[in-house]
Design a protein around this ligand. Sequence first.
Ligand SMILES: NC(=O)c1ccc[n+]([C@@H]2O[C@H](COP(=O)([O-])OP(=O)(O)OC[C@H]3O[C@@H](n4cnc5c(N)ncnc54)[C@H](O)[C@@H]3O)[C@@H](O)[C@H]2O)c1
Ligand SMILES: O=C(O)C(=O)C[C@]1(C(=O)O)C=C[C@@H](O)C=C1
Length: 363
Amino acid sequence: MKIAILGVGLIGGSLALCFKGKPNLYVIGYSPNPASVEKYIKRGVVDDATTSMEEAVADADVIFLCVPVGMLETYLEKLSELPLKKGCIITDVGSTKGAIDRCAKRLALKDVYFIGGHPMAGSERSGVEAASSYLFENAYYVLTPNEQVPQEVYDRLEQLLSLTRARIIRVDAQLHDEIVGAVSHLPHIIAVALVNQVARYNDANPLYEALAAGGFRDLTRIASSDPVIWRDILLHNKEVLLDLLADWGREMELFRRLLLEEDGEGIERQFSLASEFRSRLPERRRGVLHAMLYDLYVDVPDHPGIIAKITTLLSDHQINLGNIQIHESRADVPGVMRLSFRNDQDLAKAEQLLKDAGYTVRY
Ligand SMILES: NC(=O)c1ccc[n+]([C@@H]2O[C@H](COP(=O)([O-])OP(=O)(O)OC[C@H]3O[C@@H](n4cnc5c(N)ncnc54)[C@H](O)[C@@H]3O)[C@@H](O)[C@H]2O)c1
Ligand SMILES: O=C(O)C(=O)C[C@]1(C(=O)O)C=C[C@@H](O)C=C1
């Protein structure tokens, strides 16, 4: 089976890594940029790569469009003019589904099929450098086939996507945009607006930055997401987001009123309601981010070589580190290192070792 991936970035690269090396699968990547093509090959995420879209899609059984949402329609239009293998499935990974779904209907493709797709997994990072074969593990992967897609075709794509170890779910394209607007797009807007609000205060007094601790960081990780990717997503879900922002204004107004009236009970009620709903959210046991479930934090003094000391201690005891992050590393300020492990046993072993070595360990 030949799989063509157009745009081998975070998502395209992660898909490629899920497929590459599997029996009877051949993965070819496409980018108009020769330097990107070279990079895909050098990093070994694809079997081959090319700057020719014609070559990438010729005889392909499945084509994945993994470019920014704003480019998807242009790509689909280009594909509709190329000779493709009969029965070929074209799918995308865009974070909005309505517009591309309407485009596919308009193009009325012949002998090939379009099925919209959207893996509900990602990161604030972008580019093939951030790709991982674990990215989709246990995450939901939405497919939005229209009524013209035969069941057999849908099943073929579903079977291929089972290699991502994601949970495939079928959703209407418009409903997808409404729900994902609320659980993904609106949160990105809020994170960015909050960071920008604080950044303005920080211009006048840099103490804001110094005191921005866990709460601010937890809530705003996604504010570091790629500006172009998110420009396109927001513009392609405009109507839904305008309604959601109006609703958000009402949520904020409620808090304003509770404060003005010094309604402590009302404030408590809001926190209890939120906590109750949040505790019901399914745990996101997925690949790279799955490692978050096995995280611990170590306070690290500002000593030269401290990172090497900790990682050597762990590797000397055969403990595999999934990920490592330094949260603060300014001179004279103790830092916090986040260590992510792949399983419970490694986490427990690491905790004991680090404590025995005199480090302060927290969850
Ligand atoms: N980032 C996420 O968390 C996430 C999650 C699910 C779906 N998506 C969707 O996946 C798609 C890709 O996003 P990503 O996060 O992998 O981004 P990315 O920036 O990592 O990858 C985008 C790819 O498209 C290519 N590209 C960019 N502009 C192009 C252009 N003008 N012409 C041709 N190629 C171009 C880039 O070279 C890169 O290979 C988007 O449609 C996005 O909405 C993103
Ligand atoms: O985890 C993140 O960083 C993400 O932004 C992932 C996320 C999300 O909002 O959940 C972002 C965009 C996608 O289309 C799907 C998933």
